[in-house]
Design a protein. Structure first.
Ligand SMILES: [Zn+2]
Length: 420
């Protein structure tokens, strides 16, 4: 009888089709990430899936952390049993990060290198004092003078700081131009839109809050003055073709068109952030060449801000060198969090090599304390994305391709090795 029944219902014995099985795991992953968010509000950076799922996660007491760890491991095991696909590889790396985040929440101590590997799927970069000293030496030549290098750098930079009351009009002009240029390299989903707001008292310079339905809130922090060239850099990063566009394309192509629910949630401390920050940092260079950016500042932004542009070229050379010196941040975070050096010492180090003001250095320390290894997603992400895009005629297309599909940092590293 039992045997006969088995033969009569073959459907019961057949495993669900791979996509259905993937969809089930993806849905469980979304519930899991929302449940982890109950333990740390910063973990869920964006969610625009079904309202009922969010409501369910918010009900009652948070699921105990150890239960969530078990769920994560069980989901990973299920995933690994499914046929390989880019979608599966993406989710595996995301779940490794969820597992690491939960263990860290439980008090497990780990080095920044371990965090970077498990949370963001990357190795941390190495930078030596010698490299930094040599970049600082180049600055001495670029801006000669009697006073200290710090003073000379600050006085040149001060000439290109945008007056706070002019910032909204500059931001609007920059976003308009960037959106226009983005529409030339990719198809923006119909109805995509953003709101722009100016805020204070934040550890970051700008933030894109993706709200779903192709809409973002872009916040610009005005605690510290913003330099002329940073206006375009920041809004390309947060808006076009950076975070806002990345999120809108994922929602449009993967969640809405394919029903891939895993992209309706964005856990901040995960490999997805490496792709997000890497593409956002590379964004400006994909829609504006350096000479085009210079012209835009000269002809449009500087007149709006009422800034004198006589020394613009020297200033832009300075900013380039300061970009190299910005790598001092990768050493500073280790001094701060692993070697536990006093804040004053780390601030002095950042002032010497990043040539930043003490206020800016203090913001960096504040950001590091909250976000730890996240800081590496910017520098490593940009380097990986730019190396992946390459310098060929398909450079921009390769960049756009990263905004439309599941991709892991490891994918970028592998393809970088292949192309060498
Ligand atoms: Zn960002």
């Amino acid at each position: 009888m039992t045997l006969a029944l088995l033969f009569l219902s073959p459907a019961a014995l057949v495993a669900p089709a791979p996509d259905l099985a993937m969809d089930k795991v993806a849905e469980a992953y979304v519930h899991l990430v929302l449940a982890v968010g109950r333990h740390d509000a910063s973990f869920v950076d964006a969610y625009y899936g079904p309202e009922a799922w969010k409501a369910k996660a918010a009900l009652g007491m948070p699921v105990p952390r150890l239960d969530l760890e078990q769920q994560t491991k069980a989901l990973l095991a299920k995933l690994k049993a499914l046929p390989a696909s880019p979608r599966r590889e993406f989710l595996i790396k995301q779940l490794v990060a969820v597992d690491c985040f939960l263990r860290r929440l439980g008090g497990e101590t780990m080095t920044l290198a371990q965090e970077a590997k498990q949370l963001y799927d990357i190795d941390i970069p190495s930078v030596t004092l010698k490299e930094l000293e040599s970049a600082r030496q180049k600055l001495e030549t670029l801006i000669p003078g009697e006073s200290s290098l710090e003073t000379r750098v600050q006085s040149l930079r001060a000439r290109f700081l945008v007056p706070a009351d002019k910032l909204p009009i500059l931001a609007e002009a920059a976003l308009k131009e960037l959106r226009l240029r983005t529409a030339r390299i990719l198809t923006l989903p119909e109805g995509e839109r953003f709101r722009l707001a100016f805020v204070t008292q934040k550890p970051w310079g700008g933030y894109n809050w993706y709200e779903g339905n192709l809409s973002s809130l872009i916040e610009v922090n005005t605690d510290l003055p913003i330099a002329l060239d940073r206006v375009t850099g920041l809004l390309a990063h947060e808006g076009y073709p950076g975070h806002h566009v990345y999120n809108a394309l994922l929602e449009h192509h993967l969640v809405k068109a394919k029903g891939w629910q895993e992209f309706s949630v964005y856990p901040l401390h995960s490999p997805q952030s490496l792709i997000a920050e890497g593409t956002a940092n590379a964004a400006l260079g994909m829609v504006m060449t350096e000479p085009e950016h210079r012209t835009f500042m000269l002809k449009t932004l500087a007149p709006l801000a009422g800034l004198d542009t006589q020394e613009l070229d020297r200033y832009l050379d300075l900013q380039k060198l300061l970009g190299t010196l910005g790598r001092a941040g990768d050493l500073a975070i280790r001094m701060q969090l692993e070697e536990k050096r006093p804040d004053a010492e780390v601030i002095a180090f950042l002032q010497r090599f990043s040539l930043v003001t003490p206020e800016r250095a203090r913001k960096t320390l504040e950001f590091n304390r909250v976000n730890r290894a996240y800081v590496f997603t910017y520098s490593v992400g940009q380097q990986l994305v730019e190396a992946y895009a390459g310098t060929g005629p398909d450079r921009v297309q390769r960049f756009v391709d990263l905004l439309n599909r599941p991709v892991t940092p490891s994918d970028l590293i592998t393809s970088e090795k292949k192309s060498k």
